[in-house]
Design a protein around this ligand. Structure first.
Ligand SMILES: Cc1ncc(COP(=O)(O)O)c(C=O)c1O
Length: 409
């Protein structure tokens, strides 16, 4: 487990005083109303990130919500009411988003191996991006019957396994597969409208987006295909870290427009981390403290099981309620389960933080909520904070006697 270095300074310095005060205010209210542990998502940071992403693009760029990244029904409702679309990659997401009333025109189906489930949904005019030739084979008859609006996902040259760059990863089609699939779909009479790539979650070279667009353009040329929509996927980190990558995306959008006009109607984006990473925090309460020679240990009522994999990605800023000013002491922030894995960080914290205090684990948006586990405790509360910073309970904390419910007892 990599918990990054033992100081929070670099991560903390990215938080302005205003942001700290806004989060502390919302968190105090949420903790009072819903208890701890509690995720809190604010819409305002999402709106701000969205404005930055769509800056000056006046309808030529359409942002789809990557539902899996931060699967919050309140966010879907706001997003779809604003006229934007939602992107899903699994049957459970598809069923949930449809249940939330998302119109077909605002729903985009991505993801691997969809032939294992999408064939059960004869939905007219669905938008689907095929990920493999096998999917095309299996789903083509339904795509024709239901007049699906389809495209293909191309594996981008810079796409790689975020944890091991020797491997390209399992997504999308090679250039040869994409050309053959585009030809096959069009010869069969399918309504082929779009082409898609996604750079993945590893750190990107600033020109990776442009390289991907040029690759996609070569695929389209080889298939004599002029897309109406080019979907550049996600791939940006959170706004505080996105400077060069965001500039790279802006250049790629201009290259896409120059390369694919006049047929091109819109560039599509599906940024997850950029939009939601800094929109959320996890509030946990310190319930015990142990002083040991090598470290203080703060045991909290929430921990790594609320973040699972995402807690592994380096230090997160931690705010304290109340604010403390004791001498800094190396402190291990632990969750309440029985493994040393259940650790949120080993960081310098004031030595007067103790039982009863609330710790705010910042930047707990993208890929935190979906990686939460029920290990030993059950799921925590989730609070939603709307445009006016009014709070509501999105999900109640799972009670101890509910833990057994999914089991067939
Ligand atoms: C198809 C697709 N779109 C969008 C995203 C969101 O990606 P990111 O968080 O890198 O913006 C992902 C994430 O894996 C994805 O697979």
């Amino acid at each position: 487990m990599n918990l990054g270095n033992s100081t929070l300074e670099p991560a903390m310095s990215l938080l302005t005083m205003d942001a700290r005060a806004q989060w502390a205010n919302v968190a105090e209210r949420a903790v009072q109303q819903y208890g701890t542990p509690c995720y809190i998502t604010r819409l305002q940071p999402i709106q701000k990130a969205l404005e930055e992403l769509e800056l000056g693009q006046s309808g030529d760029v359409r942002s789809w919500l990557s539902f899996k990244t931060h699967p919050l029904p309140q966010l879907v409702a706001w997003w779809t009411q604003a006229g934007r679309g939602v992107e899903v990659v699994s049957e459970a997401e598809f069923a949930t988003v449809r249940r939330l009333g998302c119109p077909v025109d605002q729903l985009l189906v991505n993801g691997v191996a969809k032939h294992s489930w999408l064939g059960h949904y004869p939905v007219s005019q669905l938008r689907v991006h095929f990920d493999s030739p096998r999917e095309v084979d299996a789903l083509l008859p339904l795509a024709l019957d239901c007049e699906w609006r389809v495209g293909v996902r191309v594996h981008a040259p810079d796409e790689q396994d975020a944890r091991d760059e020797r491997f390209g990863g399992q997504f999308g089609m090679t250039a040869g597969e994409a050309v053959a699939s585009l030809r096959r779909l069009r010869e069969a009479g399918a309504n082929v409208q779009s082409i898609h790539f996604h750079l993945g979650q590893g750190p990107q070279a600033p020109d990776a987006y442009v390289r991907a667009v040029e690759h996609v353009a070569r695929v389209c040329d080889a298939a004599a295909f002029r897309p109406r929509f080019v979907d550049c996927g996600g791939g940006l980190p959170a706004p505080s870290f996105a400077g060069r990558a965001l500039a790279g995306l802006r250049t790629a959008i201009r290259v896409t427009q120059a390369r694919f006009r006049p047929e091109l109607e819109q560039v599509w984006l599906e940024n997850g981390r950029f939009l939601t990473d800094q929109s959320s925090i996890l509030a946990v309460r310190v319930i015990d403290a142990k002083d040991r020679p090598e470290s203080r240990y703060l045991i909290c009522d929430g921990g790594r099981t609320n973040h699972a994999l995402a807690a592994d990605k380096g230090p997160h800023p931690i705010l304290m309620i109340p604010e403390r000013s004791g001498a800094p002491r190396l402190t291990t922030v632990c969750g309440p389960t029985c493994m040393t894995d259940d650790t949120l960080g080993r960081v310098q914290l004031p030595e007067d933080v103790g039982p009863g205090d609330v710790l705010l684990w910042m930047n707990a948006g993208a890929y935190h909520l979906p990686w939460e586990t029920r290990f030993s405790q059950g799921l925590c509360a989730v609070a939603w904070c709307d445009e006016a910073e009014d709070l509501s309970l999105a999900r109640a904390r799972e009670q101890p006697d509910q833990w057994v419910q999914p089991w067939n007892l």
